[in-house]
Design a protein around this ligand. Structure first.
Ligand code: ADP
Length: 399
């Protein structure tokens, strides 16, 4: 089976053509500068092609992707008929979706109803779906895989905010969490690697990238996660502040004559590792600066590591124990030193780090000491595989 995976942003669109049974990717790429001019970067058959193609809307971008896939010289399929289904990453499914679904008019309406919860992301996802429908027709099944769905199993005491209850009832203000597809993939894959049933395991999943979040997964079900109503909260991130006193927003807005939106923008785009270090939001740059004794870069890394460490213990407490800690995403997969610092001092709860095993990047690896009570491991994330597999299962169930 060939599943086309689409991740549509406001001015860009990432895609992969994948066989969900083997995980083999025959082509992948990116459309950029949609609505501006348009550029396609297409990787297939060991070649990378970059082409300027007018993309006044997402429809032309999808059309460009399909043309590249069936191109007689560099294509990977002979006709569009070989695309069996399309899986879309959709950011926000609100309380309407606790799992992936096949797209119908009703689903489209529900995704649209969630737009106030993700005003930048959901409209782009909807446009991506509509563009695929327009170009491929309604006969090719399409599925929506939501970033929020995996977290819908959180209990009330984890997702409600301690503000007047009416704001939950009337406006659905609550913790939703994001990165759900990644947390689900790495927790399932960790169980598979260990030869264990996910239903038996208490897992703390650490998705540490430019955006970072932790999830507590008890018996395969998410019971808590660190991002909230928006992705701004939880851990400090590349440019996001993470958890902090919201009174600061009012203080900054008053003192510097900013609107609330401007002050929140500061917390989203100019804070976190970038704001603390003054160097960069990129962990590689921070590590380099810290090696040269740059104080603010060193402190930024320490703050990040301290907050992740505290949250691992917090989530173990939330579950009454922990069997597995998983690291994933750009930093979690590729930064052994940051992992080692995070794990320091957690020996009291059976969490260890073997320096030799931890000296790995971008591959599946157990990094805890042999025989330690808690297994700590690195599992590179693969959200696309999860999207392709969900899509295939939904299509097969329907047949
Ligand atoms: P996004 O949230 O954009 O998907 P990623 O998961 O790709 O982010 O993670 C990006 C982050 O991973 C960047 O801060 C980058 O510095 C970090 N990263 C990637 N490779 C390394 C590495 N070898 N060492 C340290 N950090 C790394």
């Amino acid at each position: 089976m060939n599943v086309l995976i689409i991740n549509a942003g406001s001015s860009s669109l990432k895609y992969q053509l994948m066989d969900p049974e083997t995980g083999a990717v025959s082509a992948k790429g990116l459309c950029e500068r949609i609505y501006i001019d348009g550029r396609l970067t297409h990787n297939a058959n060991g070649k990378k092609i970059v082409k300027d193609i007018p993309m006044p809307t997402h429809s032309e971008a999808i059309q460009a992707v399909l043309s590249a896939l069936v191109d007689p010289d560099n294509g990977v399929i002979s006709s569009m008929k070989e695309i069996d289904a399309v899986g879309h990453r959709v950011v926000h499914g609100g309380e309407s979706f606790a799992s992936s679904v096949l797209i119908t008019d009703q689903v489209m309406q529900a995704v649209e109803d969630c737009t106030p919860l993700a005003p930048l992301h959901n409209p782009a996802n909807i446009i991506g779906i509509e563009a695929c429908r327009a170009v491929l027709g309604h006969d090719v099944p399409q599925a929506a895989v939501f970033d929020t769905a995996f977290h819908q199993t959180m209990p009330e005491h984890a997702y409600l905010y301690s503000i007047p209850y009416e704001y939950y009832e009337n406006d659905k203000i609550r913790r939703y969490g994001f990165h759900g597809t990644s947390h689900r993939y790495v927790s399932l894959r960790a169980a598979e690697i260990l030869g264990r049933d996910p239903a038996e395991l208490k897992v703390v999943s650490c998705h540490l990238g430019n955006g970072s979040s932790l999830a507590a997964i008890d018996g395969g079900r998410c019971v808590d996660t660190s991002m909230g109503f928006t992705p701004l909260v939880g851990l400090p991130m590349g440019t996001r502040a993470g958890d902090m006193d919201v009174g600061v927003v009012e203080f900054i807005a008053n003192k510097y004559d900013m609107t609330i939106s401007e002050a929140v923008n500061l917390l989203n785009k100019e804070s976190g590792m970038l704001g603390l270090s003054g160097v960069s939001s990129d962990f590689r740059d921070l590590e380099q600066a810290a090696e040269k004794d740059h104080h603010r870069a060193t402190v930024a890394l320490e703050i990040f590591e301290y907050r992740v460490r505290k949250m691992i213990a917090e989530y173990a407490a939330a579950m009454g124990g922990v069997d597995v800690v998983v690291f994933t995403a750009g930093v979690g997969e590729n930064a052994p030193e940051t992992r080692a610092h995070i794990l320091q001092g957690l020996g009291f709860m059976g969490i260890t780090c073997d320096p030799e095993k931890n000296n790995c990047r971008g591959k599946e690896q157990i990094i805890s000491q042999d025989g330690a009570p808690v297994t700590v491991m690195v599992v590179p994330t693969n959200e696309e595989l999860m999207i392709a597999q969900d899509t295939m299962e939904l299509v097969l169930d329907q047949e």
